[in-house]
Design a binder for this molecule. Sequence first.
Ligand code: SF4
Length: 223
Amino acid sequence: MSRELVFVVEPDAGRVTVEISDASKSTIDQLADDLGSGMNLNCASPVQKERSLPVLQPDSDITRPEADGFSIWLYRIYHNSVVDGPGRRSVIQTVGCSIKCRQCLVPQTHSRENGEFVSVSSIVAEVVGQREEHDGVTILGGEPFDQPEAVAELVSRLKHNGFHVTVYSGYTLEQLIQQKLPPIDYILTHIDLLIDGPFISSMSEGAGEYRGSRNQRLIGRML
Ligand code: SF4
């Protein structure tokens, strides 16, 4: 397998983002030494080696907090991503994933135990506060469509605020349509870009922008 490193340099902001499709641990350690402290981004990306997933607790064991209007199981929010959709984006990373692709890079997002139940209002307020800093908002996971009602509400409020919205899913578009659920249909007909399909490690080479494996598709607005 060929090894591919893509550097995205933002001279004005003093940031460098490195996309790594396959690299040795020594290469990654060298990059960390050269570039300084950073953070890991992205869902649906390949990992270098087999690794065992942590033992996960079933979500049914979790006591669900009272919802504040609409609330969502959230892993984290981060900003200034240039690998999770077009332009520079704020990213809302949901927690909880029923798909569990083999070799997923973010197994820590599979169980809701690892996240918080957060009001949609507070999430929208944070990305609105960053309005001047990004070109759009990406919702990824975990699996966003495991929380269709809350994510539909989130999409509604983001579009009301005029944001370009990208959503990742480990399901294909066809699988999502087949579910025939109104909140899923709402999401699909109001977002600007869907990046669909599970991460398949054997198809990671040459996956293309924003994607972890070649089976994943960029699907533009459908209405
Ligand atoms: S859909 Fe696949 S790649 Fe995304 S969080 Fe779930 S297991 Fe990981």
